[in-house]
Design a protein around this ligand. Structure first.
Ligand code: EAX
Length: 326
């Protein structure tokens, strides 16, 4: 006997009700940390990661961006899983993944094209692969930028002008050796401690890329800027292994596309800040020294370079220096 129309409608309504009552697709909340204001080159990278991942997964992932200006803590948070990812400079990362110290060597990268090309090549991927053994996943190289010197005491034109200056460095042994070799007094500390230390005169100066100096208004506590470009500072998107391991194939594909979008937005903002930042800092009252005797700084660093060749990976350093775009 055919089912009456009434019973068919009742059955259809029951099925529809069961479907709509089904729990909404589970949403994955994730946190991305970084050390700078949202309006910065790291903020641009974090926002692009958020927008792209949420779009590609129809909001099955929700990305919470949080500022933590202690980058060592940020990496530790990802290592223990209290945050899924962090965008950080390589400053403290060499303390977690020693091989990363190789890319912190002064005057190693010729320019932005050289740095970006090396990090996007098998050389960069080889370094990212070394994060796994340290309880981290190196997902994508991003960028902090070429670092320049600021101080509150005097114009710096030559290495001799650095003598005796207390210079805040990141908690980075490669940078500390360099400033010690130049005759300065390197004082390592987390970024979170920098502005109070400059305000209180605990240190005379610091060194950071133009985008960081501009985004954090360091002109308010520093008078002199010297465009030393003494080291290229990579940044890196690091994630928690458990988080990455739980991604299914489709979500991993979406995450890696979001990571590439993050890199593109971050680098574009560095390029933009590099084009406008020095004039902006002049406008804000800084005295800018643009003609720097780079050869004199490189010569003065020779003893440090000898130690890097011995204590870091000399063959890798040569591969990086010899790298050319194909
Ligand atoms: O990563 O600590 C530093 O000087 C870094 O360049 C800053 O936190 C951006």
């Amino acid at each position: 006997m055919s089912m009456t129309i009434t019973r068919r409608l009742a059955l259809a309504a029951g099925i529809a009700g069961a479907l709509f009552a089904a729990p909404a697709m589970a949403q994955t909340q994730m946190t991305v940390l970084h050390a700078l204001p949202l309006n910065s080159h790291y903020g641009a990278g974090a926002q692009a990661l958020k927008d792209t991942l949420e779009r590609l997964t129809n909001n099955r992932f929700r990305v919470n961006i949080q500022r933590n200006d202690n980058e060592r803590e940020g990496v530790e948070s990802v290592q223990i899983g209290t945050a899924e990812c962090v965008i950080t400079s390589t400053g403290p990362v060499g303390n977690f993944v020693p091989a990363v110290r190789n890319v912190d060597v002064p005057f190693l990268f010729r320019d932005y094209a050289h740095a970006r090309g090396v990090l996007d090549s098998d050389i960069g991927q080889g370094l990212l692969n070394q994060f796994n053994a340290r309880g981290l996943v190196g997902v994508m190289w991003l960028e902090n930028g070429f670092r320049h010197l600021t101080n509150s005491r005097r114009e710096v034109n030559t290495p001799a002008d650095l003598r005796g200056l207390k210079v805040r460095t990141m908690e980075n042994q490669v940078h500390m050796r360099a400033f010690n070799t130049l005759g300065a007094q390197p004082t390592p500390m987390a970024f979170s401690e920098l502005v109070p230390a400059l305000q209180q005169g605990t240190v005379d100066g610091q060194e950071n890329p133009i985008p960081v100096i501009v985004a954090n208004n360091l002109n308010q506590v520093q008078r002199y800027l010297t465009l030393t470009a003494h080291v290229y500072s990579p940044a890196v998107l690091i994630c928690n292994p458990g988080f990455m391991g739980r991604l299914n194939a489709a979500d991993r594909t979406a995450f890696m596309e979001a990571a590439r979008a993050s890199q593109a937005a971050n680098r574009a903002r560095v390029t933009s800040d590099e084009n406008t930042g020095v004039d902006e800092l002049r406008r804000r009252g800084m005295t800018v020294t643009t003609t720097v005797d780079t050869a004199a700084f490189q010569t003065a660093l020779a003893p440090a370079f000898a130690v890097y060749e011995r204590e870091l990976d000399g063959a890798l350093l040569r591969r990086i220096r010899d790298w050319r775009a194909q």
